[in-house]
Design a protein around this ligand. Structure first.
Ligand SMILES: Nc1ncnc2c1ncn2[C@@H]1O[C@H](COP(=O)(O)OP(=O)(O)OP(=O)(O)O)[C@@H](O)[C@H]1O
Ligand SMILES: [Mg+2]
Length: 224
């Protein structure tokens, strides 16, 4: 089984954290030692970085927060701008070292990307470079809303151009008003050339019922 997964999304706010936490709970239920990682968090609310807190809660072994989240910025803006505001430059080798330490402690590290796949991280690098550096199999969360077909197709094109292993995608219904959801999912199934791993209806809580995700097991355990 893969040592971890990189969770990317069609955009910010599409459910990467929700899915990452669900995966951590699913692998916990299967008896694995798991840690969630948010390499870069931007946007502090009430004194905390929500994603980091949620991933930490869903992890089942303790790890240094500085490794789970090497970079944290107060402003909810693009990482390269948030870093610039703080007078620092995001260095991917720092993230790599943190990931390595986490992977020594756990069977499985779930790494949540930041924003969408090509979000700028510093003057020259993007989320793609982060994903390539980690080299993990990728899971794409598609936030089902108007415009997601284009975003999903572009993102898959970019993941394939980066020669990363796209394990599959998840249709996460984030817009209760979206019309023709089934038809949109069918369109992506036909065009993405990657398996649909799961379909999460709007409002579906994945917290209690990890068995909801068991349909993922086969393809995920086969991932390299
Ligand atoms: N299937 C769903 N039904 C209802 N609400 C959802 C669903 N999936 C996600 N959400 C909500 O949408 C919001 C964004 O989700 P989440 O934080 O997981 O996105 P994200 O991709 O991790 O965002 P970010 O780019 O900020 O890391 C959250 O408030 C979450 O609870
Ligand atoms: Mg998130």
């Amino acid at each position: 089984m893969a040592k971890g997964f990189f969770i990317t999304g069609t955009d910010t706010g599409v459910g990467k954290t929700k899915i990452s936490c669900a995966l951590l709970r699913m692998f916990t239920e299967q008896g694995h030692k798991v840690i969630g990682m948010k390499p870069i968090a931007a946007g502090r609310e009430n004194g905390v970085w929500q994603d980091v807190e949620l991933l930490r809660t869903a992890s089942n072994i303790p790890a240094a927060v500085s490794d789970m989240n090497p970079y944290a910025f107060d402003s909810p803006i693009s990482p390269h701008l948030a870093a610039q505001q703080s007078g620092i430059t995001i260095d991917l080798s720092v993230i790599k070292k943190s990931y390595h330490r986490l992977s020594m402690q756990a069977d499985m590290v779930i790494v949540e990307g930041v924003g969408g796949f090509l979000v700028p991280l510093n003057k020259t690098e993007t989320g793609e470079d982060l994903a390539k550096m980690l080299g993990l199999p990728v899971i794409l969360v598609v936030g089902m809303r108007l415009g997601c077909l284009n975003h999903a197709l572009l993102t898959v094109k970019a993941i394939r151009a980066a020669k990363l292993n796209l394990v599959g995608w998840i249709a996460n219904c984030i817009d209760p008003q979206m019309e023709a959801v089934t038809e949109n999912i069918a369109t992506l199934q036909q065009r993405l050339e990657a398996p649909l791993l799961s379909w999460v209806p709007f409002g579906k809580e994945l917290d209690q019922s990890v068995s909801d995700l068991t349909c993922w097991n086969k393809s995920l355990t086969e991932a390299e």
